[in-house]
Design a binder for this molecule. Structure first.
Ligand code: FES
Length: 242
């Protein structure tokens, strides 16, 4: 399979929306936590990066050994295939590695689904319910956060439009509920101790400090957070999420 479009199960003339949609679905299936493998996951991600960077599909296999090619979208100076790499071995060996090399994996769920289905944020089996419900990837799925990337930036890299306003810790528009794992917020925020203790974090400044996280996004209308929201129009580059 020599084309990045083949990896994503698409025809070579697939448009951007089809590429994004296929990628979002395949990263979930390919992730080791969902029955895939590190090599499979990396191959899907590399195919997506190759296409969205506008690189020639014919160079997909050749670019495997060019670390600068894979880093085009991330801006990283590190070679993501460095550990466990074996450029002299079979093609698959070059993409093998440990699960931790993938970066922190975030399982996300849209609060709108929680609300519409009568589920509760405190449900112990909330994410099992989401998995069983076979929701679309806009509502439930997996994403991997790159080094020095915030959760919001990662979501946007996957093409999602999660809510935000200030992008600096001064509002609650981008709030998420952390159900498992943790996000570290490096600056002081408008969230008080009570919200923080309840697992609320701000995705615009939050960076994962655990390998696996489960979060619910779109919670900004919940009591205690609604009062901290800001109008998105107040910020020139902000997406209006009202
Ligand atoms: S968008 Fe305002 S704190 Fe994140």
């Amino acid at each position: 399979m020599g084309s990045p479009y083949d990896v994503l199960g698409l025809n070579a003339d697939a448009d951007e929306d089809a590429v994004v949609q296929s990628y979002r679905e395949l990263v979930k299936e390919a992730h080791p936590d969902h029955g895939g493998s590190v090599a499979e996951f990396k191959r899907v991600r590399r195919a997506y990066d190759h296409i969205t960077a506008g690189r020639d599909p014919a160079t997909f296999e050749a670019d495997r050994s060019d670390p600068t090619a894979e880093n085009d979208r991330t801006g990283s100076t590190e070679d993501p295939t460095a550990a466990g790499d074996n450029r002299d071995g079979p093609a698959a060996a070059a993409e093998e590695g440990s699960e931790s090399e993938l970066g922190p994996t975030v399982e996300y769920l849209d609060y709108a689904v929680v609300e519409s289905r009568g589920w509760d944020l405190a449900d112990d089996d909330l994410f099992q319910k989401a998995e069983a419900a076979d929701l679309g990837v806009d509502s439930h799925g997996l994403l991997v956060v790159e080094p020095r990337e915030t959760l919001l930036e990662a979501a946007e890299r996957y093409g999602f439009s999660w809510p935000y306003a200030c992008r600096g810790g001064a509002c609650a528009n981008c709030a998420v509920a952390v159900v498992e794992g943790d996000l570290e917020m490096p600056v002081s925020t408008v969230l008080g101790d009570e919200l923080t203790d309840r697992g609320v974090r701000l995705s615009c400044i939050g960076e994962p400090v655990t390998d696996d996280l489960k979060i619910v996004f779109n919670i900004e209308h919940l009591p205690g957070l609604a009062e901290l929201r800001l109008p998105a129009e107040q910020f020139g580059n902000a997406r209006a999420d009202d």
